[in-house]
Design a protein around this ligand. Structure first.
Ligand code: NDP
Length: 343
């Protein structure tokens, strides 16, 4: 049986933006005969995520991330439908999801796919965003590192993306009275305020972030959910109250540069952290996987009840994986960027 897959064709280099041509779509043949313990799965949705930029490098810079080998299938979060099964734990018709889904239209695999049950009426793409890894990142990031107390002010950068859009909503539910998002377009700002209930939003491409933050956060900033790093984060940290908390979730503004993670802070920002006793601890969702089941349950309840609203940007076709990844890295997505592979 002929299937299509996406391989990494070339590396952008540690200093350089990825381009769609770094990826290549090719045909491959898959045996339709399953061995004992194997499952044939048709891919429904695939995810593209910022950490994949590290996987495009020969050396990812993180011990928990393997580089994608040149000429081999890329992989990441995916959801698919079991077409046939010779494995006792999954049956035909089950929807399964995994963090390590090869970028292929169909695959046969052993029991490595994680089988999460879907509540009825749900679209399975939610499993890649709000009720998946990005949702857990937001929930655990806020809960483990945010130390939110009632009436506080939270700022979120990368606020209209997969993690940021959920993190701000969790902050509000956990008691923040002011939640301000920073993002890269008017359309995104509008979505944050009108659809997700953020108190205000700042367009960092068009507005003076420092001045707008002073207006939107008259009592200063207590909690900062940092997805982007760089100048935006320096500005937010300069407006934080004593004993505040920075959730160091990601630093996407630095991912196309050859710098260590997390990138070193400027002397001035370091002084601000020390002077104001700001806690800025690195956060990694993978460190909290023992709580993943409970987290997924809580997120599914919040989404189902409408307490957390979900934004997604969906493109069609495995041939668009590379373009969708590059677009997401440049801000082309509102909410979670997802690629629909089949119906
Ligand atoms: P998003 O859906 O937020 O997509 C990435 C967004 O980053 C873009 O939409 C763009 O939005 C923004 N962006 C890109 N370049 C810049 C820049 N130079 N300055 C400011 N913003 C920029 O991705 P995710 O929600 O999946 O990831 C968000 C962050 O969370 C990333 O840093 C990622 O590495 C991190 N992460 C960390 C995890 C952890 O365990 N610590 C787990 C998962 C994600 P805009 O239009 O606003 O510029």
């Amino acid at each position: 049986m002929k299937v299509q897959r996406v391989v990494l064709a070339s590396r952008p280099g540690k200093n350089g933006a990825p381009v769609p041509e770094n990826f290549h779509v090719e045909d491959m043949t898959l045996s339709s005969e399953l061995k004992e313990g194997e499952v044939l799965v048709r891919t429904l949705y695939l995810s593209v995520d910022p950490y994949m930029r590290c996987r495009m490098n020969e050396d990812t810079g993180a011990e928990y991330l393997r580089p994608w080998p040149l000429g081999d299938s890329a992989d990441g979060g995916g959801v698919g439908l079991v077409q046939s099964s010779r494995c006792s734990s999954v049956s035909e018709g089950d929807v399964v999801t995994s963090f390590n889904w090869p970028w292929q239209t169909q695959l046969s695999c052993r029991e490595t796919l994680q089988n999460w049950t879907l509540a009825s009426g749900w679209t399975s793409l939610v499993l890649l965003g709000a009720v998946g890894m990005p949702g857990l990142t937001s929930l655990f990031g806020v809960r483990e590192k945010g130390h939110v107390t009632k009436g506080q002010t939270m700022v979120v950068s990368g606020a209209a993306g997969a993690c940021g859009s959920i993190a701000g909503q969790i902050g509000r539910l956990d008691g923040c009275s002011t939640v301000v998002g920073i993002c890269g377009s008017e359309e995104k700002c509008k979505a944050l305020v009108e659809k997700l209930g953020f108190s205000a939003a700042v367009n960092y491409r068009e507005e003076n972030v420092s001045e707008r933050l002073k207006q939107c956060c008259p009592n200063g900033v207590d909690v900062y959910f940092d997805n982007v790093g760089g100048d935006i984060s320096d500005t937010v940290m300069s407006q934080m109250n004593k004993n505040g908390h920075v959730i160091l979730c990601g630093q996407i503004s630095q991912y196309n540069k050859d710098v260590p993670y997390p990138p070193p802070l400027s002397e001035r920002t370091q002084e601000i952290l020390t002077k104001n006793n700001l806690k800025r601890e690195r956060f990694l969702v993978l460190s909290y996987m023992d709580k993943a089941d409970a987290g997924i349950l809580e997120l599914s309840r919040l989404v189902k009840d409408g307490q957390v609203k979900v934004l997604e940007t969906v493109v069609n076709g495995i041939e668009n994986m590379g373009a969708a990844f590059c677009s997401m890295m440049r801000g082309g997505n509102i909410g979670k960027q997802i690629i629909k592979i089949s119906d």
